[in-house]
Unconditional design. Sequence first.
Length: 138
Amino acid sequence: MISPTRSAIFPGRGPLIWGARSLSTDPELKYVSVDRLLDQIALSVQAALAAFQYEPDAASTWAHVQTLVTSFLDGYFRSGSLAGTTAAQAYYVRCDRTTMTQDDIDNQRLIVLLGVAPLRAASFTTLKFVQPVGVVAP
């Protein structure tokens, strides 16, 4: 019998994850669904932030980013993918002077911090994104 915490090698398909757990030693990434959820969130936020590269590094941009990412994560919360009975227990998004130093602002680096509590792990995982902004369009 194959252990649910291991991968299996299938003829003609190679190694595939067998079961709901990963081989990771990190307890937060123990479950495959948690790893996939975090990957989906990270890739989606990165793609959304790329659209802001031509925007000025200003409070209005920060507010727009925070609203956009909050709305995105709220969809996961409402679908039941995140733990907690309130949105504040399920996730947070920060994109303001608390996430950026004056050096970051001077060098036009937008920094977004977000934390999510996946349903399975039920503990916050923090993700940090750094996006250049204020780039002059070609």
